[in-house]
Design a protein around this ligand. Structure first.
Ligand SMILES: Nc1ncnc2c1ncn2[C@@H]1O[C@H](COP(=O)(O)OP(=O)(O)O)[C@@H](O)[C@H]1O
Ligand SMILES: O=C(O)C1=C[C@@H](OP(=O)(O)O)[C@@H](O)[C@H](O)C1
Ligand SMILES: [Mg+2]
Length: 176
């Protein structure tokens, strides 16, 4: 493990519904660190919701904004950074994150993701047959999360349990 990373950001990556945003809020509170969710930052800067951005600028427009926000946030003081599931699609983003801190990838079974995301209207890339979309995205993207320093399967866990496990791993590393 590269100990240069310990004093830097803690980043959460993973497919939609793995719990990045929810777990990140708990981490920020418990570790007393500032929090940035890249999706929320994009929405704030654009003054538009993600579904509206996808409709008006397409996925490409959203991805450009996402990279800009990521670059900016990594310049700030060490914080918790929670990301959108597709941030790993760009090699540039993966490189930026790997250099900027300690990266934890959250995972969950397809069935669990289905249960968590049922009825969700805020994620444009999940519209249509939800089960098929999840299976497709899992297959297409799974290997892009491999650069993470740790992977945590959150299936059957509560957000609090996942956050506690992350903190445990983080503290173990901090002690060297
Ligand atoms: N172990 C868990 N960790 C995180 N979220 C969970 C967990 N179990 C259930 N959830 C629920 O899953 C949903 C999606 O979580 P969210 O944080 O928005 O995911 P992401 O940001 O990765 O897309 C939320 O309703 C959250 O409460
Ligand atoms: O996986 C993706 O491509 C996306 C994930 C979403 O974030 P969450 O992973 O927080 O749901 C959001 O960035 C956008 O809808 C696109
Ligand atoms: Mg999120």
């Amino acid at each position: 493990m590269n100990h240069d990373r310990i004093g830097k950001h803690i980043l959460l990556i993973g497919l939609m519904g793995t719990g990045k945003t929810t777990v990140g809020r708990i981490l920020a509170e418990e570790l007393k660190r500032p929090l940035t969710d890249t999706d929320e930052a994009v929405e704030r800067m654009a003054k538009q919701s993600i579904p509206t951005l996808f409709r008006e600028e397409g996925e490409a427009g959203f991805r450009n904004r996402e990279t800009r926000v990521l670059r900016d946030v990594l310049q700030y003081s060490p914080r918790i950074v929670t990301t959108g599931g597709g941030i790993v699609l760009r090699e540039e983003n993966r490189r930026l994150m790997a250099q900027a801190g300690w990266v934890a990838a959250l995972e969950a079974s397809a069935e669990e993701l289905y249960q968590r995301l049922q009825g969700d209207q805020s994620r444009p890339l999940l519209q249509g047959d939800l089960r098929r979309r999840i299976v497709h995205l899992k297959r297409e993207r799974e290997s892009l999360y491999d650069f993470a320093d740790v992977k945590l399967d959150t299936t059957g866990e509560s957000p609090q349990e996942t956050a506690s496990r992350i903190i445990l791993q983080w503290r173990r590393l901090s002690r060297g």
